[in-house]
Design a protein around this ligand. Structure first.
Ligand SMILES: *Cc1c(COP(=O)(O)O)cnc(C)c1O
Ligand SMILES: [Zn+2]
Length: 392
């Protein structure tokens, strides 16, 4: 089976093995649609990992190289919320081999790199994606260089180094780190295992939707509440739902409710102003380091996906993030600040008094009003996607 990269701007087609990380026209790569299926009996006969959906993943059916890369990632539990509502669950994506949902994308991307015969990868991240890429590259025997902001949580830096990757701690902003990684990629000869630019990463994160569908007995909830920075989980969930739609397994998209930190919210601003792209913002500083993305490269796709799903983007304050994180911990769930953001968004929707203009955006406010009415009967899955022990 052929898998092809397509430029999202000029539609030019490229081979996945090319070391290009984007089209010379400047457009980002997507993966061309390929045939998928969900053979229920085969899925049921396999271990509870994301690899049970093999027929929907971008590999030749005869390729077994993923078996030496996998660490059993995926199929994370759905845990019922204790108090608020019967149809609300947490998706426990922090129980992953490297303790964040990034393992979904990294396992699939590194398995693909191994299949392509790649020997050296570079990636940049605010921490968790770099950790995941470093861990899976180590398993695949691939040399790995990771660029991270010098300000990233020191535990994440140690975890990356422990996996044997070369750590490049870059002073300045998250954008400075990305620029340093891209400069290294442009010197040539390496594969850019970027969770932002490489479309195979999203082929891993899309399994988030497959699992929820299976765990809820073959349907999707009304809403998925997700954090958003670069959009690898939001877009992954969207692609996963699209696959389920295409396969005739669901009838419509669940609403995607994405949550940003108020202090760094380019997507929420663009959503509010009905823009197709997000203009870069200044990061005013947030404890949610994993979503502090001032200029998300795939903003156009993220905004389009959220609108198509009749979803919204809302923001939460630093205090709301802290309160949500503590509230989770008091329920036994210890997550890093970034991972408390979706729950903070959920509480914001649930607890706001009737009629109050809850969010700072009218579109989001009307969405939340609707959701608040739907919540007592509706179903919602809230992502918890990074472990608390990662935070400084
Ligand atoms: C990466 C990450 C996010 C944000 O994902 P994006 O792809 O940037 O939208 C949220 N929470 C945690 C714990 C993460 O590691
Ligand atoms: Zn192009």
């Amino acid at each position: 089976m052929a898998f092809q990269l397509v430029c999202s701007r000029c539609q030019q087609i490229y081979e996945p093995g090319s070391l290009l990380w984007r089209c010379p026209c400047g457009g980002l790569f997507d993966l061309a649609t390929f045939p998928i299926s969900f053979p229920r009996e085969r899925i049921n006969s396999r271990p509870p990992t994301l690899w049970r959906y093999l027929e929907a993943l971008p590999f030749d059916p005869n390729y077994v190289g993923w078996q030496k890369v996998t660490m059993g990632e995926g199929y994370t539990p759905l845990v019922q919320l204790p108090i608020q509502q019967p149809g609300a669950w947490f998706k426990m994506d922090y129980s992953m081999p490297t303790l964040s949902f990034k393992d979904r994308g990294a396992a699939v991307l590194i398995a693909k790199a191994a299949e392509l015969g790649v020997e050296h990868v570079i990636a940049d991240s605010s921490g968790n994606a770099g950790t995941a890429i470093a861990a899976y590259a180590a398993r695949a025997g691939i040399t790995c260089d990771i660029y991270v902001p010098a300000s990233a949580s020191s535990k994440k830096l140690k975890q990356i180094a422990a996996h044997g990757a070369s750590v490049h701690a870059i002073a300045g902003s998250r954008e400075d780190t990305a620029a340093a990684a891209i400069a290294a990629v442009e010197r040539g000869g390496v594969f850019y295992a970027s969770h932002v630019y490489n479309p195979f990463f999203y082929q891993g994160t899309k399994t988030y939707a497959f699992e929820i569908w299976e765990q809820l007995g073959g349907h999707m909830p009304d809403s998925l509440i997700l954090p958003v920075g670069n959009g690898t989980l939001v877009l992954g969930a969207y692609y996963g739902c699209q696959d389920l739609l295409r396969a005739g397994l669901i009838e419509r998209l669940p609403r995607l409710l994405a949550v940003q930190a108020e202090n760094c919210a380019p997507l929420a601003q663009a959503f509010e102003h009905n823009e197709a792209d997000a203009a870069p913002v200044e990061n005013k500083g947030t404890v949610a380091e994993g979503i502090a993305i001032a200029a998300p490269a795939r903003s156009r796709q993220i905004l389009a996906a959220l609108r198509e799903s009749h979803g919204a983007i809302i923001t939460v304050s630093e205090a709301e993030i802290e309160t949500a994180r503590l509230g989770l911990a008091r329920q036994g769930l210890y997550v890093e600040p970034t991972a408390a953001v979706p729950y903070a968004g959920y509480l914001c929707a649930l607890n706001a008094p009737e009629g109050q203009n809850l969010a700072n955006t009218s579109v989001a406010a009307s969405y939340l009003n609707e959701m608040r009415q739907a919540i007592p009967q509706g179903q919602v899955v809230i992502s918890l996607c990074g472990a608390g022990l990662k935070a400084a």
